[in-house]
Ligand binder design. Structure first.
Ligand code: FDP
Length: 309
C-alpha cells in the first residue's frame, strides 16, 4: 500500500491524474455526489417503513427506497447513462432520454439496510459497464465502487488502475486516504455468512481449518463493511457459501458479487464460487446468486480443496 502522499487530492483530481477517460470519471463523480445525499438520509432520515405516513400525512420512504430514488435520479440526469438496474427494483430501466448515454450501471443503493436501526455500518455498491448491456458479465466491468456509511463515510473505487480509498471531509469532498491498496496472499480474518447448521461438509471443514489456524472471526452482517475491512486490513476471507436448501447461497452476482470481486481482484485478491472465478460466472438474470469466497488469493484457492472432498 502506498502511503498517503497528499490529503488534498480529491476524487476528481485523482481520476484525472490516473488517466481515467473523461466520461467515466464524470460518471464516478456523479455517483459520489449521489452518495452524499444517501449518507444524509441514513444519518438524519426517519427509520419509517415504505408506504407509511409521517405525522403530517406525508408518505415516508424506507431508507433503501429513498436511497434508490436519490441514486436513480442522479444517474438519470447525468446524461451519461443508458440503462440502470437497482437491487431495489429488480428491472432494467432505460434512462437515456437524449441518446447520449455511454454506460450502464447496476447498483445496490443501501446494502445491509436492516443494520441502520441498530446503528451499524451500511453501504452502496456500484458496477459500471460500457454500452447498454447490463448483463455482460463481471469481467466486462469498466469500473466498480462502493461507499461505506460508518463512523466515517469512505469511498473505494477501481477503474482497472488500482484500488483507492477516499474519505468524505467536513467540506463535503472525497479526499484520498490510501492509494493502490494491495492484499496479502494469506490472512488471519474470516467473515462467515450463513447459518452454521446449514453448512455443507466441505465448507464446515474449511471453517474448522481456519479456526485451527488461528484466524479471527470478524462478521458485521453487512457485506460492504465486511469486505471493506478485509480489503483495508489487507487480509482475510469473506464467504457466503452454498447451504443446505440454498445451493447458490444468498448474495447476488450483479449487484453484490461482481463489483466486490472486481475490486478485490484489482487489489491482488481473488473471488470464487469455490469452483469458478466469480467474474467468470455467466449471468442471465438480475436475481442470479452464487456462493462466494472472496479475499486473500491463497485462502480462496485453499477452499477449493475442501469443497472437492
Ligand atoms: P442484508 O440481508 O441485511 O441486506 O446483501 C444482503 C446482506 O445483508 C449482506 O449485506 C450481508 O453480507 C448478508 O446479507 C448477511 O446475511 P446473513 O444475515 O444471512 O448473514
Amino acid at each position: 500500500m502506498v502511503p498517503i502522499e497528499s490529503r488534498d487530492m480529491d476524487l476528481r483530481r485523482h481520476l484525472r491524474e490516473s488517466g481515467i477517460e473523461p466520461k467515466l470519471r464524470g460518471l464516478i463523480c456523479e455517483i459520489a455526489e449521489a452518495t452524499k445525499y444517501v449518507i444524509n438520509a441514513v444519518r438524519t432520515g426517519d427509520l419509517g417503513m415504505a408506504g407509511t405516513s409521517n405525522l403530517y400525512g406525508e408518505e415516508q420512504l424506507a431508507l433503501d427506497v429513498l436511497s434508490d430514488r436519490i441514486i436513480s435520479d442522479r444517474l438519470e440526469n447525468s446524461g451519461l447513462v443508458i440503462n440502470i438496474s437497482s437491487e431495489e427494483k429488480d428491472i432494467i430501466v432505460n434512462v437515456d432520454s437524449d441518446n447520449n448515454g455511454l454506460f450502464s450501471v447496476a447498483f445496490d443503493p443501501l446494502d445491509g439496510s436492516s443494520l441502520v436501526d441498530v446503528n451499524l455500518a451500511v453501504g452502496s455498491i456500484f458496477s459500471i459497464y460500457k454500452g447498454e448491456n447490463i448483463l455482460q458479465g463481471g469481467r466486462k466491468q469498466a469500473a466498480a465502487l462502493f461507499v461505506v456509511y460508518g463512523p466515517r463515510t469512505t469511498l473505494i473505487y477501481s477503474a482497472k488502475k488500482g484500488v483507492h480509498e477516499f474519505a468524505l471531509n467536513h467540506l463535503g469532498d472525497f479526499t484520498l486516504m490510501r492509494e493502490k491498496i494491495q492484499m496479502k496472499d494469506t490472512g488471519k480474518i474470516y467473515s462467515p455468512g450463513g447459518l452454521r447448521s446449514k453448512y455443507l461438509p466441505g465448507h464446515k471443514k474449511f471453517i474448522d481449518f481456519l479456526e485451527k489456524r488461528g484466524s479471527k472471526l470478524r462478521y458485521s452482517g453487512g457485506l460492504v463493511p465486511d469486505i471493506n475491512q478485509i480489503l483495508l486490513k489487507g487480509e482475510g476471507i469473506f464467504m457466503y457459501p452454498a447451504l443446505q436448501g440454498a445451493p447458490h447461497g444468498k448474495l447476488r452476482l450483479l449487484f453484490e458479487l461482481y463489483p466486490m470481486a472486481f475490486i478485490v481482484e484489482q487489489a491482488g485478491g481473488s473471488a470464487s464460487t469455490g469452483k469458478t472465478g466469480i467474474l467468470d460466472v455467466k449471468i442471465d438474470n438480475l436475481d442470479q446468486r452464487a456462493p462466494v469466497y472472496i479475499g486473500c488469493k491463497n485462502d480462496v484457492e485453499k477452499v477449493k480443496d475442501f469443497l472437492k472432498e
